[in-house]
Structures are given as structure tokens and as C-alpha cells.
Design a protein around this ligand. Structure first.
Ligand SMILES: [Zn+2]
Length: 398
């Protein structure tokens, strides 16, 4: 059930004001914060002490909580028993409400490698949903574009992606996916060492797609050529990557040292040791590290068997496994934020940045900040990072 605020009703353009003890934009901290919202967008952000106040306006006070930008998950496959490649409209609604309850206001539904037929029809359905959300879509996490995880991945580092469906990169193969998605592909994970990868990276970059290197056995030199072709991000750093060796640093040597690249990490404490999450923040800096969940349909569900694309995966004790390999996670973004506060000693403001502004910047979409003119997408957190409320385009998710 959704609570529609006065500000969102078409015949009532009255402004709504949200107040709280603290707000992170996230670069600035504002005490006694007051955010004015009209028609789903932020009109102003101020401190109550230097504002005229909120008389005659609908005010929602979040007390001692912290208002921060809504989280943006650029790599998520599903949740609450919904897989984004096959979920019905009803299942997708439930999944998007579930994500919003965990602080996510924007996301990229992420494909896994599958047969061409399955992939193309998934892309068409996801594009329908993205277009429908553009017109309507408030009160739930909103899909803003598609992340293609595959089919241009390394056989050596494919993880659970089915080998029979991996494809050698070509602009023609990429274009087929692009056409099925009607241009809604916004991100692609690709192994830069594959024949044809550089051409695909260059073409995808030209079309405004954020190209991320990953599922890769690339040497340092091959990774550098991928970056030269246009790649600017790295997918679940350390997972499904040639390991770092001090004499042959490989792809990780490039990801860890090139400041042009942002990088994401699954901070569930299972995919990457907490100490290595700490190391990543130290190396990439708070401005270049992005939190993702890589969550699958098992997220938010009891132990059992669940779908990931066309694969069956077992959830047991917080791990998603297929034949002994990790197959996505059961992580939620709010937990990732709390985890990195513990793992890397970040404060809430820094941790929030890695889940909001940084992913938005990595994919070139204007989200993840609270400032006049942006969509009113917020999360209301306790000072320890527990979600108290989520607001999408001015609508409080219930
Ligand atoms: Zn994934």
C-alpha cells in the first residue's frame, strides 16, 4: 500500500516539506534539515535555522533520523522470489517495493548469460517496464536502464554463467541486444581480452553505455587496452577476475591503480573478505568505489532453491550456491551500507555516498544527490543506517 502525499496529487500542487535532524546531500551535511518537494522533485534544501519555516505546508518530520539520497543498485538480478529476466508485472512490483524498503530508489535490472531467445525476450519485457515507469512509477524502486552481464564474458572467469551461451563479442551481436532493449542498455560487463571486445567497448561507449570490465582473465596490458577503448568501471572487483599477482598484476593491477576507473564490490562479507573491502576503499578512494548487491531472487527469502536467469541456485545460510560456486548474493543495499561502516571504518555519510552518488556517477545518470531540480528520491536512516522510510519521486513507500 502506498501513501500518496498531497504534493503528488495532480490537482493539489501544494508543496510537501520533509524535515529531519540531519541530511547528507551526500557531499554536504545539513543540520536541522528541511527539504521542500513539489510534483516529485526537490525545490529547495535548507537548514530550518535559516529558513522561513514550513507554515501552511504539509510537513513530514523524521525527527532524529538522517535523510540521504536514495540508493542506486547498478547490479541486481532479483529478490523476493522474482528474477528480473522472467518476473511478471506483479512479481516485479513486489520486488521493487522490497528494494525500496531497503533504501533503493533506482536500479538497473541485470541480465545473466542465457540463450539468445531468452535474453532478447527478457530485454523486451524489461524495456516495456522501464518505459512504463518513465510515465508513472513512484513509491517503488525505479528501473532506469538495463545492465547486460554477459554474454561477452571469459570462459575462464564465467562464474556460473552457462558456457554454452557465452558469445564472442561483435558489434553485430551487441546491436541485436541493443535493438531488443530499444536503447535501454545503460551498462555492460565485458571481458576486455576477448577477440572483438575493443570494438564493442568503443561502440557501446559511443552509445552512452557505461562499459565495465569483469568476468575477465585479462592481463594488465589487455585490461589497459579495454580502458583505452572506453571502459571506465569494473564489475564486482576481485570476483570472477584473474587474481592479483605481484609480478603479473593482471586486470586487478589496472582496476586498483587507474583513477579513471570506478569499481564496484559486493560487500556482504562473503564474496570479498571484509579486510579486502577496507583495502578497496583505501585504494580507490571514497569517490570511486561503488556498492552493488548482485542480489538474486533468493534475497529476502528462506533457505531453498531459487532461479537466477535460467539457472537454479540454492540459498543456504546467506550464500547463493550452484555446484559449489557463489551465484550472486542475498545482500540488500542497506546492509551493504552498514557493512562497509564496519569493514572499512566509514562514517554513515561516506558509506551512503558509495551507494548513491558514486553509482549514479559511474553510469552517468543524474541521481544520487539531494539538490534543487532532482527527483525527490530519499532514504530516511537511523544514525546506524537502519531504514526508517523511503521516498520515491515524493511518495513515501509503505
Ligand atoms: Zn551478477
Amino acid at each position: 500500500m502506498l501513501l500518496y502525499l498531497g504534493s503528488f496529487s495532480p490537482d493539489n500542487r501544494r508543496m510537501t516539506v520533509f524535515t529531519s535532524k540531519t541530511l547528507y546531500t551526500p557531499l554536504r551535511k545539513i543540520d536541522d534539515a528541511l527539504v521542500s518537494v513539489e510534483n516529485g522533485a526537490v525545490v529547495s534544501v535548507a537548514s530550518r535555522t535559516d529558513s522561513a519555516g514550513a507554515q501552511n505546508k504539509a510537513t513530514i518530520d523524521f525527527g532524529d533520523c538522517v535523510i540521504v539520497p536514495g540508493f542506486f543498485d547498478i547490479h541486481v538480478h532479483g529478490g523476493v522470489n522474482c528474477d528480473v529476466m522472467r518476473g511478471s508485472a506483479d512479481e516485479m512490483n513486489k520486488f521493487e517495493i522490497f528494494m525500496a524498503r531497503h533504501g533503493v530508489t533506482s536500479y538497473f535490472p541485470t541480465t545473466v548469460t542465457a540463450s539468445q531467445g531468452v535474453t532478447l525476450s527478457a530485454l523486451e519485457r524489461l524495456s516495456d517496464r522501464i518505459e512504463a515507469t518513465e510515465k508513472d512509477g513512484a513509491g517503488r524502486a525505479r528501473p532506469l536502464g538495463i545492465h547486460l552481464e554477459g554474454p561477452f564474458l571469459s570462459h575462464a572467469k564465467r562464474g556460473v554463467h552457462p558456457p554454452v551461451d557465452l558469445v564472442e563479442p561483435s558489434v553485430a551481436a551487441f546491436d541485436k541486444l541493443w535493438q531488443a532493449a530499444r536503447g535501454h542498455v545503460r551498462m555492460i560487463t565485458i571481458a576486455p581480452e576477448l577477440n572483438g571486445a575493443e570494438e564493442v567497448i568503443a561502440e557501446a561507449t559511443k552509445r552512452g553505455v557505461s562499459v565495465s570490465i569483469g568476468h575477465s582473465d585479462a592481463t594488465l596490458d589487455q585490461a589497459r587496452r579495454g580502458v583505452k577503448a572506453g571502459a571506465r568501471h569494473a564489475t564486482h572487483t576481485f570476483n570472477a577476475m584473474r587474481p592479483l599477482d605481484h609480478r603479473a598484476p593482471g586486470i586487478l593491477g589496472e582496476v586498483l591503480t587507474n583513477n579513471q576507473l570506478s569499481a564496484d564490490v559486493i560487500a556482504d562479507g562473503i564474496h570479498v573478505d571484509p579486510t579486502v573491502v577496507d583495502l578497496l576503499f583505501r585504494v580507490k578512494g571514497i569517490e570511486n568505489l561503488v556498492l552493488i548487491t548482485d542480489a538474486i531472487s533468493a534475497t529476502g527469502m528462506p533457505d531453498g532453491r531459487y532461479q537466477l536467469g535460467t539457472l537454479e541456485v540454492e540459498l543456504k545460510d546467506g550464500r547463493c550456491l550452484r555446484d559449489g560456486n557463489l551465484a550472486g548474493s542475498a545482500l540488500t543495499m542497506d546492509r551493504a551500507v552498514r557493512n562497509v561502516m564496519k569493514f572499512a571504518g566509514l562514517d554513515l555519510q561516506q558509506a551512503v555516498r558509495a551507494a548513491s552518488m558514486n553509482p549514479a556517477k559511474a553510469v552517468g545518470i543524474k541521481k544520487g544527490t539531494i539538490e534543487p531540480g532532482v527527483d525527490a528520491d530519499f532514504v530516511v536512516l537511523t544514525p546506524t543506517g537502519e531504514v526508517r522510510a523511503t521516498i520515491v519521486k515524493g511518495v513515501v513507500v509503505q
